[in-house]
Design a protein around this ligand. Structure first.
Ligand code: ADP
Ligand code: TRP
Length: 357
C-alpha cells in the first residue's frame, strides 16, 4: 500500500493546557500541511505532561482539549494517525528498556532538565552555568522540594515515542532539538551495542526558511503557557480583543524611519502572520512616516487574529461536544499506533535477550 512507503513523521504536544497561537503557527499548521505527503502520526503527550503537572482533573480535561484543538486546526484522522501516548502501553515498557542504555550524566546535562529542575527547587541559574555545580545543587538539596526522576528521564520517553514508531522526520520547535539529538544518540548507541541496524536516526523536519517564533504581547520573548501571555485558539472574541488592546507598545516613532522597539516589532510579527500584505504595508508605511496610531494597529490585528481563530474555536466547541467522535478518533489512532509499537517492542525484547525460555 502506498501509505506504508511514505516517510514516517511523528510529533506530539504535551497536554498541559489549551493551545495558543504559538502552537498553531509553530506546530499545528505545519502538521496539517504534511498529512497528504507523509505517514503522519500526531499524539498527545499526556505521560510527558505528568512530569511537571500531576493534577488528575486538569490532565484529564487537557487531553480532550488538545485533541479537539488538533482536529479543529485541521489535523484529519482519515489522513493522520492521532493518538494519546498513554493508550500505547508498549511505550512505557520500551521506556524501561531504553533507560538501561541512557546515562544519568547526559540526562542531567540536558538544558530543559536543568531549567525545570531549578524551577522545581526554586533556584535561579547562575551566570556561569556549570554542570558540576548543578549536580551539587540538585543532589545536595536539603529542602523538602524534589526533582522527580520522570523529569530526568523525559528525553528517554521522548526518544521512545519516536523510535517505537520508527519515525524519521520529527517537526518540533527549536527548544526540542536537543532532545532530538539525544534520540539520535540513543538510536546509534542501541544499534552499535547490539550490532544491529534497527533504529533509523530521526531528524528535524526542515520546512525551509526561518522557523516561526510567535512573540507574546507583553513586549518580549515568545508566546508560551509558562510565560502567561497566550492568545488561545479558543479565547472568546471579547477576551482576545481585550488582550490585544492591552499589548505593550511605546511612545511612537518620533522621526521618519525610526528603528522599532521590540514590543512594536512583535505586533508587526503577529500582523505579518495573520493579515494581508496590503494591511501590513499600510501600517509599516504609517510607522515609517510617523502617522501610525497603535490603537488602530491593535484593532486591525485583533480582527485579523480572530479571522484565523474563530473558525478553529467554533469547530473545537462542536467537536468537544461530541464525545463519541473523539473516542472513535483516538481508538482508531491507538489501534494503528499500537500495531507498529508492538512490532518494534517485540523486536527490541528479542534483540536485548528477553526471549522466554
Ligand atoms: P508552551 O511553550 O506553551 O508550553 P509547548 O512547549 O507545549 O508550548 O509547545 C508545543 C509546540 O508548539 C512545540 O512544537 C513548540 O515548538 C511550538 N510552540 C510553542 N510556543 C511557540 C511559539 N511562541 N512560537 C512558535 N512555536 C511555538
Ligand atoms: N517534548 C515535546 C514538547 O514539549 C513533546 C513531545 C513528546 C514530542 N514526545 C515527542 C515531540 C516526540 C516530538 C516527538 O514540545
Amino acid at each position: 500500500m502506498a501509505s506504508t512507503q511514505k516517510e514516517i513523521v511523528l510529533s506530539g504536544i504535551r497536554s498541559t493546557g489549551n493551545l495558543h497561537l504559538g502552537n498553531y503557527y509553530g506546530a499545528l499548521r505545519k502538521f496539517a500541511a504534511l498529512q497528504d505527503d507523509y505517514d503522519c502520526n500526531f499524539f498527545i503527550a499526556d505521560l510527558h505532561a505528568l512530569t511537571t503537572a500531576p493534577d488528575p482533573a486538569a490532565l484529564h480535561a487537557n487531553v480532550k482539549n488538545v485533541l479537539a484543538e488538533y482536529l479543529a486546526a485541521g489535523i484529519d484522522p482519515e489522513k493522520a494517525t492521532i493518538f494519546i501516548q498513554s493508550d500505547i502501553p508498549e511505550i512505557s515498557e520500551m521506556y524501561l528498556l531504553l533507560n538501561m542504555h541512557v546515562g544519568i550524566g547526559e540526562l542531567m546535562r540536558t538544558a530543559s532538565f536543568k531549567d525545570k529542575a531549578r524551577k522545581a527547587l526554586g533556584l535561579t541559574a547562575p551566570d556561569d552555568d556549570d554542570d558540576g555545580d548543578f549536580a551539587r545543587e540538585v543532589c545536595g538539596n536539603e529542602t523538602n522540594k524534589r526533582v522527580n526522576a520522570g523529569l530526568l528521564t523525559y528525553p528517554t520517553l521522548m526518544a521512545v515515542d519516536i523510535l517505537i514508531q520508527k519515525a524519521t522526520k520529527v517537526p518540533v520547535g527549536k527548544d526540542q532539538l536537543q532532545h532530538l539529538e539525544l534520540t539520535r544518540r540513543f538510536a546509534r548507541r542501541f544499534n552499535s551495542f547490539y550490532g544491529v541496524d534497527f533504529f533509523p536516526e530521526p531528524t528535524d523536519f526542515d520546512f525551509g526558511g526561518a522557523p516561526v517564533k510567535v512573540p507574546g504581547l507583553d513586549g518580549s520573548g515568545k508566546m508560551g503557557k509558562s510565560e502567561g501571555n497566550c492568545l488561545y485558539l479558543t479565547d472568546d472574541p471579547k477576551v482576545l480583543r481585550k488582550k490585544v488592546m492591552r499589548a505593550t507598545t511605546d511612545e511612537g516613532p518620533k522621526a521618519p524611519d525610526s528603528p522599532m522597539s521590540e514590543p512594536v516589532a512583535n505586533l508587526f510579527t503577529l500582523l505579518e502572520l495573520t493579515s494581508t500584505p496590503e494591511v501590513v504595508k499600510h501600517f509599516r508605511d504609517a510607522y515609517a512616516d510617523c502617522s501610525i496610531r497603535y490603537g488602530d494597529l491593535k484593532k486591525q490585528l485583533a480582527e485579523d487574529i480572530l479571522k484565523v481563530t474563530t473558525p478553529i474555536r467554533e469547530r473545537a466547541l462542536d467537536i468537544m461536544a461530541d464525545d463519541a467522535y473523539l473516542r472513535r478518533v483516538v481508538a482508531q489512532g491507538a489501534e494503528k499506533a499500537r500495531a507498529r509499537a508492538a512490532d518494534t517492542l517485540r523486536e527490541v525484547r528479542h534483540i536485548m535477550g528477553i526471549r522466554g525460555i
